[in-house]
Ligand binder design. Structure first.
Ligand SMILES: [Zn+2]
Length: 250
């Protein structure tokens, strides 16, 4: 029987066997030093830890998955992994490009189309620090480095709580806006807050996307809908009670 892995990803060892069961997609938000007093600490992964995580995966033989192949149902090839970033933070460009290049991984960045060059206002009521989001030139730099841009709506809307017309606009207009701005197809989507339902998912399909990521924990196999992709949150190793319990169980 396969041991249950921890609920977040810090290092490969406890996931090595588990990853054999399907395609893992790692979910990152912010890279680099964590500002003092920030409450959602888990959204930051230090730059050295990020580099170590990538190096370890590469040394174990992992290579990037191609989301277009995932869309076509060809995601079951072993040894693939997806590196995903939500929101489009400048700190990912600053701290992520070099280790990604060094270890030969391609990543996808899900961008909030109406906040390009702005900040993460949606997180501030949660006690999060203000973090700048990539501007047009920085998005071009990300693409020029061989990475992918996906959509994360226009305004980081909670799609299950807005009207159907608003949800359609958030989903479809963000795709068009990013495509017009960057001149590349935007075929991949990510639900803000992981909030989705069948109605929202159908709007994503209707808008012409090929995949969509949730925040639900798990791996992806041939039976997984490409519009309900599961991910595993990457973070630093915490010594909180829960992770202690997980370590004892492992
Ligand atoms: Zn987000």
């Amino acid at each position: 029987m396969t041991a249950q892995p921890p609920s977040t990803y810090a290092a490969l060892a406890p996931f090595r066997e588990y990853f054999g069961g399907g395609l893992p997609l790692l979910m990152y938000h912010k890279l680099g030093p964590r500002p003092r007093g920030v409450r959602l600490k888990g959204l930051y992964v230090g730059d050295r830890l990020f580099a170590r995580q990538l190096r370890e995966l590469r040394e174990a033989g992992y290579r990037s998955c191609d989301l277009d192949a995932v869309a076509a149902g060809q995601a079951t090839e072993p040894g693939r992994i997806g590196i995903t970033f939500d929101d489009g933070y400048v700190n990912v460009l600053r701290y992520g490009l070099e280790p990604l290049a060094e270890q030969g991984f391609q990543a996808v960045q899900y961008v909030v189309a109406d906040r390009i060059g702005g900040g993460n206002e949606w997180d501030l009521p949660l006690g999060e620090a203000y973090e700048p989001l990539m501007d047009h030139a920085q998005l071009r730099e990300w693409l020029a480095a061989g990475h992918v841009i996906g959509s994360h709506t226009l305004s980081h809307a909670r799609l299950t709580e807005v009207t159907p017309a608003q949800a359609r606009e958030e989903i479809a207009a963000s795709k068009k806006k990013l495509e017009d701005l960057l001149g590349v197809p935007v075929a991949h989507f990510c639900y803000p807050y992981g909030a989705w339902n069948e109605r929202v998912r159908d709007l994503v399909i209707e808008a012409g996307y090929r995949t969509a990521c949730t925040t639900q924990f798990g791996l992806n196999d041939a039976a997984t809908s490409p519009f309900e992709l599961r991910r595993i949150q990457a973070r630093y190793r915490s010594w909180g009670l829960r992770s202690l319990r997980e370590r004892l169980r492992a």
